[in-house]
Design a protein. Structure first.
Length: 391
């Protein structure tokens, strides 16, 4: 379904410009896990205002996952789950698992949560000091114009309309393009783990200028995207900090286009603004915080572990870069994440080539990509063609 474009019946539907409304009041005491949240929602009466609001957009289920472990297999199971924090003397936590699912009825994002899965072999809560040293050494040893193409501006391709150089970055044309208009933002700092709010805002303003320049050459290019994979675990081809810029004609890339169509359908079905309702649900559940025209939320139907979504009515406002930097620092500093992915979809360009306020806000999504020391891939057939598997 992710290839679905805006249906013909919605093609002429023009929702009003997205603008933040006052925050929704917290409706629940602090909820510490998706398991507790799901139980709380399911225990509410059907006519409870929060449950009605939640159920317009989301669905949740809590399901038992029982199994039997033969005596001959017990020792192996204890070995497999040796990192389980409660210990493995008793194996009840394996034999009586609980799977929680969440489903966004409009974007059709279906997420499956089972905390037991995160303690499979390869699980690391945090890297050891030796492992941290290995990662930092790899970054340090790859730095320098004699070792890294991106440390030397002269060894990068240039777009037909030239290069943009800002305080914290410069642009280059991608030598292996995803799309017709595909460029790079290359940071002036080598390490993918060194960044702050000013750098993030600078990257976005540089991207906005790149979109404008493309639009002057190709006025049909109107739908801008910015992506950042940090670390080889996150599929980055180079260690040096860099982001991918793409601007497309006719439509957004698949997931964003699908979300746009979903928001239109929701507004037609309920005469309510999709983004206002999405934000309000997360605020009432204690899963969102806001600053100026920007809201950061811990999304209820994440694609992977620790996904955060940042939504703003104005991507030029400093609060947007500040919120993205805060989300990334929450991963790298608080959790110890050393590989992450970030994707931003900006509002469409107007006739002047600017990302003007529109019915579709700027959206950033940030996700932890797992330990760089884990030799397993964090995606497989389930993630490609099934649903969102969240450990």
């Amino acid at each position: 379904m992710y290839g679905v474009l805006v249906p013909p019946q919605l093609a002429k539907f023009t929702p009003p410009r997205f603008k933040l409304v006052p925050p929704a009041p917290l409706a629940l005491p602090e909820v510490k896990s998706i398991y507790e949240l799901s139980r709380t929602i399911l225990r509410m009466p059907q006519d409870e205002p929060l449950r009605k609001r939640f159920s317009r957009l989301f669905e949740t289920r809590s399901k038992p996952g029982p199994l039997v472990i033969p005596k001959a297999f017990e020792a192996r199971v204890r070995e497999l789950f040796s990192s389980y924090p409660g210990g493995t003397q008793k194996l009840d936590f394996v034999m009586n698992q609980t799977v929680v699912t969440t489903y966004n009825r409009y974007t059709e994002e279906y997420s499956m949560f089972n905390e037991v899965r995160r303690y499979r072999p390869g699980y690391l809560e945090k890297l050891s000091s030796e492992q941290e040293h290995i990662i930092q050494q790899a970054i340090t040893e790859s730095e320098g114009a004699d070792k890294c193409d991106f440390c030397s501006m002269e060894r990068t391709a240039v777009d037909p309309f030239g290069r943009i150089v800002s305080k914290h970055c410069y642009t280059a044309s991608n030598v292996a393009k995803y799309e017709q208009w595909h460029g790079l933002i290359i940071a002036k700092v080598h390490s993918p783990l060194i960044f702050d709010k000013d750098m993030l805002q600078d990257y976005m303003e540089t991207a906005h200028e790149w979109y404008r320049r493309v639009n002057r050459v190709d006025p049909a290019a109107q739908f801008p995207h910015l992506m950042w994979d940090a670390g080889k675990r996150a599929a980055a081809s180079q260690i040096h900090q860099h982001l991918q810029m793409i601007i497309t004609q006719d439509r957004y890339l698949t997931r964003t286009e699908h979300t746009k169509a979903a928001s239109f359908r929701f507004e037609q079905d309920h005469n309510l603004n999709y983004w206002e309702e999405l934000i309000a649900i997360h605020e009432q559940l204690g899963l969102a915080t806001r600053s100026g025209p920007t809201v950061a939320l811990s999304y209820l139907a994440p694609i992977k572990e620790r996904e955060m979504m940042i939504i703003t009515e104005n991507s030029h406002h400093p609060s947007f870069g500040r919120a993205i930097a805060a989300a990334l620092h929450a991963l790298t500093d608080d959790v110890g994440c050393r590989a992450f992915s970030l994707a931003i979809s900006f509002a469409p360009l107007d006739s002047e080539g600017n990302t003007a306020p529109s019915a579709f806000p700027a959206i950033a999504r940030v996700v932890d990509r797992g330990s760089p020391m884990d030799t397993r891939s964090d995606v497989g057939a389930m993630e490609f063609w099934g649903a969102n598997n969240v450990g």
